[in-house]
Design a protein around this ligand. Structure first.
Ligand code: ADP
Length: 253
């Protein structure tokens, strides 16, 4: 199989990354965004991060993506039992953030080719064409991104995050702004990716379709973990609590 959504599946052991945060603290000036977060997420887990605005979810995701560094503490990545050297981590991690960071005046395919080259991938044109297929944009490959709807941009930024077949996918409220059909598509895409063994860490708000694949839920309050359903536990209680306390589209899971 060669499409990014399926490339890591072969029935073998999961090839997702394990990520370990140790006493991670993040300070922005006088403000502490994260207060000593210690957390291990195993390969193949699909973890939902919930909590009020400002509780530290985006900061934790940015640290996992190595877009920012902890003020104290450390973060480590493993493939199986082997630690991954810091310089090799970025190409194995895909991130979909609040901003899609696409080039408006390039076509969908040109955007992906640009990023494939940036990631140092072989056959960037072929990989880009293949990446458009599973996100449903193959028919719009030659259209400028400025003509795309919000949902189509979101799909394209997910295709970009999956270009290098990541072992860890980070999603920061990736469902926000998507219509029900887009939410449904995203939920199915996350489920398929989880089935390939990719580790997924995503912030989410209220109840939505992206939560169907979740195997574990963690709640942050004021930069600290207050609830963790744990690996192999039932995430629903933490998700229901989030829907009730933080608002969202429903109050039950
Ligand atoms: P969440 O994603 O849960 O809404 P964030 O991680 O974005 O939370 O923010 C956590 C805290 O860190 C907030 O108090 C926020 O104001 C602060 N913060 C986040 N990014 C910055 C920044 N670049 N500069 C200063 N403060 C920041």
């Amino acid at each position: 199989m060669s499409t990014p959504l399926a490339s890591s599946t072969n029935g073998g052991p999961p090839n997702g990354l394990r990520i370990q945060f140790s006493e991670v603290e993040k300070r922005y000036g006088m403000r502490l965004a994260l207060r000593g977060v210690s957390l291990t997420i195993d390969a193949g887990e699909c973890v939902a991060l919930v909590g009020h605005n400002g509780s530290g979810k985006t900061t934790l995701l940015k640290i996992a993506a190595q877009l920012t560094h902890p003020s104290r503490g450390k973060i480590a990545f493993y493939a199986g039992e082997s630690p991954i050297p810091a310089e090799n981590v970025k190409v194995r991690v895909g991130m979909v953030g609040h901003h899609t960071l696409l080039y408006e005046e390039l076509t969908a395919e040109e955007n992906l080719i640009f990023f494939a080259k940036l990631f140092g991938l072989e056959n960037p044109a072929e990989k880009s064409r293949q990446a458009l297929q599973p996100v449903g944009l193959a028919g719009r490959a030659g259209d400028l991104v400025r003509t795309f709807s919000r949902g189509m941009r979101q799909r394209l930024s997910i295709a970009r995050a999956l270009l290098a077949s990541p072992g860890l996918l980070l999603l920061d409220e990736a469902g926000t702004g998507l219509d029900p059909e887009g939410q449904h598509w995203l939920g199915a895409a996350i489920q398929r990716l989880r089935d390939t063994g990719c580790t997924i860490l995503m912030s989410t708000h209220g109840r939505n379709e992206t939560q169907g694949a979740v195997t574990r839920a963690i709640r942050l309050e004021g930069g600290k973990i207050t609830h963790d359903s744990g690996a192999g536990g039932n995430p629903r209680e933490v998700l229901v609590m989030a829907a009730v306390r933080d608002g969202g589209e429903g109050s039950e899971a």
